[in-house]
Design a protein around this ligand. Structure first.
Ligand SMILES: [Zn+2]
Length: 346
């Protein structure tokens, strides 16, 4: 039943009705990992699924904006062109260059990359991925952790699955001071779970290279900083905030020979950054920043809190955001058959 309703809803969407009723909105999408089936990449977005989404946009003549085009639209402050979308991808893993960019190249669409500079420098791999890696390799079921704040967290993998446990540890750590998060993971989490901390970045968490990033820019894509270490900015003191923002900007500048003016907050919920971070970005010369609050970009948005939708796993959900039916839901009373399920990840 639900699929029949969705089909009808999306058929009406083909007429452009929802865009007409909900003008002035651009969906900016956020990708995370994209697998071509030959790698061990976590997540379920395949190159084929991504290709089918882009084919939909191409066949309906949607305009996929570059970052510069989005800036022009927002800076001018005039009406927002109706048939537009934009794409971003966060963190800077190898599949972003090797798989995702190639799919976008097939259609001549730009993709905007937010890279963790410490990952591309091979100094670290993201702390949130380190949690999942350890939980997937431990043979223990019950472990008690002492959090950096001194609080306790009890792991019981016989009751909660790895995904849920990883989410809970991640959320507990987000609330803590994050200055020494990487040391804590190695000395507390890996130690207690009796998992050997890998000497090198594991294959599935390898970054793209700076050469890859340069090649992306030459092919018309955008590359922008996403901090040095992916630590939660709101959980850092001002010197650390300054370093994460300015050092990441400097590394992109050094490697790519241009000055980036766009940024994305790690994990990007409203509680993951604060006003001091926005001030720091402005002082550093940035002009736009993205969070991960699922909504459309419109002229009323702060340029330092631009929202993004996670790319949904189901094509019908993707089409609903693209054709602005998702915006219609705000105007309608209860919509039991469709829910705002496009929750952010990274
Ligand atoms: Zn991220």
């Amino acid at each position: 039943m639900k699929s029949v309703v969705l089909k009808f809803v999306n058929l009406v969407g083909e007429t452009g009705l929802y865009r007409l009723l909900c003008p002035g909105r651009i969906p900016v999408f956020m990708l995370h990992r994209v697998t071509d089936g030959n790698d061990n990449v976590p997540g379920d977005m395949t190159a084929d699924k991504l290709r089918s989404y882009l084919r939909y946009l191409s066949s309906r003549k949607y305009n996929v904006l570059s970052m510069e085009q989005l800036w022009q639209v927002l800076e001018k402050g005039g009406p927002i062109p109706s048939k537009t979308v934009m794409f971003t991808i966060d963190d800077g893993f190898f599949d972003h260059h090797d798989v995702a960019a190639k799919v976008f190249d097939e259609f001549g669409f730009p993709l905007n990359f937010f890279v963790i500079t410490g990952l591309l420098d091979k100094h670290l791999w993201p702390w949130d991925d380190q949690i999942a890696y350890a939980l997937n390799r431990t043979e223990l079921r019950q472990v008690s952790l002492q959090l950096p704040s001194g609080g306790e967290y009890s792991i019981d993998l016989s009751v909660k699955n790895i995904r849920q446990t990883a989410r809970e540890i991640r959320n507990a750590l987000k609330k803590d001071k994050q200055a020494h998060i990487y040391r804590w993971l190695k000395e507390e989490l890996y130690h207690k779970l009796k998992v050997e901390f890998p000497c090198n970045i594991p294959p599935e968490y390898q970054p793209m290279s700076w050469d890859d990033a340069r090649s992306l820019r030459e092919r018309g894509h955008g590359v922008y900083p996403h901090t040095c270490s992916h630590r939660i900015l709101s959980a850092l003191v001002s010197d650390e905030k300054h370093q994460e923002i300015n050092e990441a900007r400097k590394r992109v500048e050094q490697e790519l020979q241009y000055t980036p003016e766009v940024f994305a907050y790690p994990t990007g919920r409203r509680s993951d950054y604060d006003l001091a971070d926005i001030d720091e970005l402005k002082r550093a010369g940035f002009k736009m920043a993205f969070n991960t609050v699922p909504n459309y970009v419109s002229q009323g948005c702060s340029h330092f809190e631009l929202p993004r939708f996670s790319v949904p796993g189901a094509v019908a959900d993707f089409i609903q955001i693209v054709n602005r039916f998702e915006a219609m839901k705000e105007k309608l009373p209860n919509q039991p058959m469709v829910s705002r399920s496009f929750l952010p990840t990274r």
